[in-house]
Design a protein around this ligand. Sequence first.
Ligand SMILES: NC(=O)c1ccc[n+]([C@@H]2O[C@H](COP(=O)([O-])OP(=O)(O)OC[C@H]3O[C@@H](n4cnc5c(N)ncnc54)[C@H](OP(=O)(O)O)[C@@H]3O)[C@@H](O)[C@H]2O)c1
Length: 284
Amino acid sequence: MSIVVTGATGQLGRHVVEQLLEKIPAEQITAVVRDEAKAADFAARGVKLAIADYNAPETFDGLFAAGDKVLLISGNEFDKGRPQQHQVVIDAAKAAGVALLAYTSAPGSLTAALADDHRATEEAVRASGLPYTLLRNGWYHENYTENLAPVLEHNAVVGAAGEGRVSSASRADYAAAAVAVLTGEGHENKTYELGGDEAWSFAEYAAELSRQTGKEIAYNAVSVEAFTGILTGAGLPGPLAAILAGVDASIEKGELVVSTGDLSRLAGRPTTPLSEAITAALKG
Ligand SMILES: NC(=O)c1ccc[n+]([C@@H]2O[C@H](COP(=O)([O-])OP(=O)(O)OC[C@H]3O[C@@H](n4cnc5c(N)ncnc54)[C@H](OP(=O)(O)O)[C@@H]3O)[C@@H](O)[C@H]2O)c1
C-alpha cells in the first residue's frame, strides 16, 4: 500500500512529495515519473519510483496496487489530448482497485476553454466507480510571480482581466491540501473548491509590485484580442495564447474567485499571501 503521486517531478508534484516526506516514511511514497534521472533526489531519500508516461498506457500496467491512494496530477501537454492521457491513469487505478483516486482539477466556476479537459477528466473519475476526491485547484500565484521579467522591463502588468479579481494561492498551499487528503480520512467522494484566502485585482497586484520594487508599475488593461496578440508576439503558440487570454476573460467575470475556505481548512493554516510570493520571486 502506497501513496502514489503522478507528475511527481513537476512543480506541484515536487511540493506534494516534499510535504509527504514530512508526514510519512519515504518507503510509503511512490513517485510516478517519466524521466528517472529527474527523480534521482527522491530515490536517494528512499521514495519508490515508477516510470510511466500518460502517452503509453502499457507503462501503467500493474503500476498501482489495491489499497493505494493515488494523486493524478493533470498533465501539461495541451496538444496531446489530456482527457485521454488521464483516462489511462484512471483505467489502471480501476483495474488495481485503489482506495482513493484524487485528481487536481480546476474551479467549478471556470468556464474558460482551459477547464474543458478538467471537466472531462472529472466525469471519467466519477464514472470509474472508485472512491475519489476532486481537488479543484484555483490559480497559482506563481503563474504571475514567475513571469516578472517583462513586467519589470516595461513597468507594466498587462492583462485582459479588467477589474476582475483572482484568489490565487501558492503551489505549496495546493500541495498541502493534496497531502491532507492523501494522508487523512473522510475525503472520499468529496469535491473541494480551492483558492487563496484573499482575492486581488491586477491593479492591486501592480500596486504591490510598485511598493516592493520602488518603481512605478501600472496595470495596463487590454482587450482579450489584444492580449492574445501580445502573447503570440512574445512567442506563445496561437492556441495556447488564446487559452490563456480566455482565462483573463474568465477572471473579469469573477470565475477565479473561490471563497469556500476549503484550501486553508485542508492545509490547516492561512494560505500564502500574494505579497509573500512577490517577495520570494524578487529575491530569486
Ligand atoms: N492551477 C493553476 O494555476 C495551474 C497552472 C498551470 C498548470 N496547472 C495544471 O496543474 C498541473 C500541475 O502544475 P505544475 O505547475 O506542477 O505543472 P508542471 O510543472 O508543468 O508539471 C506537469 C507534470 O506533468 C507531467 N507530465 C506531463 N505530461 C506527461 C506524460 N505524458 N506522462 C507522464 N507525466 C506527464 C510532467 O512530467 P515531467 O516532470 O517529466 O515533465 C510534470 O511532472 C499542470 O500539469 C496543469 O495541468 C495548473
